[in-house]
Each structure stands twice: as C-alpha cells, then as structure tokens.
Unconditional design. Sequence first.
Length: 497
Amino acid sequence: MTTLEAITNICDNGGSDSVCPLLQEHLSLVTGVNVFFLLFSAALVFFMQAGFAMLCAGSVRQKNVKNIMLKNLLDACGGAIGFWTVGYAFAYGGSDSGTADKSFIGNEQFFLRGVSDGADYIAWFFQFAFAATAATIVAGTVAERCKMSAYLCYSLFLTAFVYPVIVHSIWSGDGFLTAFNPEPFMKIGVIDFAGSGVVHMTGGATALIAAIILGPRKGRFYDDDGNPLETPVSFPPHSVSLQVLGTFILWVGWFGFNPGSALAIGNTDSAAVAALCAVTTTIAAAAGCSSAMFTDSFIEYRKTGEVTYELTMAMNGALGGLVGITAGCSVVTPWASFIIGIIAGWVYIGASKLLIKLKIDDAVDAIPVHFANGIWGVMAVGFFAEPDRMNLAYSTSAHVGWFYDGGDFTLPIVQMCSIGFIIGWVSVLMIPFFLALKHLGMFRVDALEEEVGLDLSHHRGAAYDLTSADKGQVEELMQVRASKHGKVEVPDAEESA
C-alpha cells in the first residue's frame, strides 16, 4: 500500500478530526509534487523534438534542411492529434492493474473523454511526448527522398494505432505482456522501464521497413544507370555544429525520458528510482560515446596505420548508449550501465556497417541507434537486472538477471518475447502500409525533385539565403571609403557575401 492510499484509508475509516486535515494537506502536496515532476519530465522529453530536428538538419545536405525540420515539427503536431483522438485510449483506456483481466487494446477515453483531474491530464501529456518521439525516429532515416504526404500518413498512423497497441501490451495494467498485472506474463512480465523496446524499437523497426521499401537516395549505392557502385558514396552532413547541438539536446531530454518514467517522486522509493535512472543514463551515454569512437579509431588504425577520431561515431555512440540503457535504467547498477553502454557502442558500429553492406540507406543512422540498440537494451535487462533494484522499481525479484545469484533464463526469454512481438506487430502493419503508399505513388519524390532538393521543390525556397552582395554596390562602397581614407582594395564579391 502506498503512502497516499494509507492516508486515504485512515480518513475514510473515521480518523481523527484533527489529524485528517493535516493528512489531506499532505496528500494534496504530494499529488502536486508528482504532477509537477511529470510536467517537468514531459517537457524535457518534448524538448527532444528540437534535438531530433537539429540532429537531422545537420546530417542532411543543405538542399533538404527546410524539409526535414518541417517534418520534425509536424511529428509533434501529428502525435498530439493522433494520441488525443484515439492513441491514448488504445494505449491506456480501461486499464486496471488491480485485476488479472487482460486485453489486447484499450477502449476508453477517446478524445480524453472522462479525463477530469490533474493526474490524468499530466499522464496524457507525458505519454504523448513519448509517442511523438517514436514517430520522429523515422524522419531522419527517410530524409531527402520521402514525400510529405506519405510522411504525414505514417506519422499519424504510427502514433494513433501502431505504437499505442505496443504500449498497451507492455506498459498498461491489463496488457498481455505487462509486468504491472497481478498475474504478469511468465510470472514476471516484460521489464522495459522507459522504452528501449516500446519506443525505440518501434520507431526503429518502422524506419527499417520504410528504408527498404523506399530505396536508397540517388547516387548512394548505384550509378545513374542502376549499376552497383564499387564503393558506396557518403553524403557529408552540411552542419556538424547542428549535429552536436542536437545530440546534446537529446542527451538532456533523456533525463526526462528515463528518470521521469518513475512517474512519481513524492515518496522515498520513487525518488530513489528516479535518481538511479539519472546516474545509469549518464554512465551508459558516456560509455557508448567512448566505445564507438575509440573502436572505430582502432579499426581504422588496423587498416591504414593512421588514427583519426570520427565525431559521428562519438555522437551516435552516445545516443546508442542512451537507447541501450533506457529499458533497464531503473533495475541495473552503475557498473552494469557502463558495460551496457560499452556494448551499445559496438552494436551501433556493427549495425551501421551491416546496413551499408545490405545497401539500406539510412540518412542519419537512426536504425542502428534506435532499432539495433533497442533490441540490445531490452535483452540487457535479462542479463543485468539486479534483485534489490528490481524490488524497488517493480516490487518483485521473482526472476532477475541471468548473471545474478538466483537468476535463471526466464527473464531473458520474457524479454525476447517482447522483441518478437514488437517486430512482428510493426511488420504486419507497416509493410502493407508502406507498400500501399508506394503503389499509389505517394511515397517517393520525383527523381528531378530529389536531385534539386526538397527545399526548392516542396517548400518555396532554400533554408539558407546564400545570395552574394551585388558586385557593383561593393565597388561603390570601396570607392566611397577610398575617397575618405585613401586607396582601399576591393574584395571579391563572393568573399564579401
């Protein structure tokens, strides 16, 4: 029984008239603190949209910046509308963790009908921020060649139906895989605290399917005649500064993503869980960054005898570490989070190279970061979930990580089942969906539009005004200055821009 439930029971059962007002005041204060905690955490998660926008904008070529930023902005809008209308109802409508009944999908609170208090409203806002994140993962993968109409269709479909069913199955009180039911799946349920599988695998699997059906960008793996290139062409990012800014914003946002998933902070146990999540999140990100960058440098040294340090590896390694720790941030120790981050860096490198070998074009490497490391994050729980921290976060240690005394293979099996379910559910829905878009001619832009750039062909102009100053006016300015100060060299017009 929680502190809030105990206070309510005391007063409902005839508690002292002098004590109950104080208890009720305490109850109101705790409720307010918890609501504010979720409000702050959700705001951080929502701020991750800015991180995705900057990371994607920096990663694509200059001619597609406006297009990718608009798609990131519309993700937030589509996510809000989709999750308000039906998504939240499918995810949590009718959930009741107090009974053993289970259902495949929620069926109440469409358009937030029946939601009336602050705790319920803030729950919707927090979960909406997660839904928007799942949709945004896809944006970078299909950048520079996906039609806006197709993007709007799958973004809305993902947040309104595909993602909510996965949420209901794993996070709601009556999902068939949930750990929050009195009779959980295999007596333990799936341990995915903040969504390595629910959020990142879902978005990453959708991105993988979209990339395969959409095809690579022109000139990436094939020449103009369709012949395979001996060496794939890399399209350099147009702004490394934006990439780094986006990475840091995402890292900050993850402190709402993981600690915020404690869902409360007004009691000692919840506060301890949130604090642990902040520590494990930080360590895993740092380990993933270091692992990916230095491993890539070592590989290069073995091949060429030279050592350089690739910034992209460092950034995506950090993001891979963040994804990898998201499922187990509340149930692993700091030393385990370090190992999870190290392996996440290697997972990112391997998956990124595999995509290139398979000729799957991912413009921002979202698939290796979110899908591959989402799988690793879910599985890592099966190995590293520590008994005391399981008790604190999930009130059970019936089955713990395989590496601990008393651990068996039950938890890894449960985690694998969730991976299979997510991949299966996304594939069954999104493969026909994307094939239908392609058949209708709604998926990929025209070849000429792709070559020119989506900013010019779809958004009335480029993202940057690169017009040079008028050469005649520059010469006139220099002549005026020369008449006052003596001879002044007239610079080239392009240099003066």
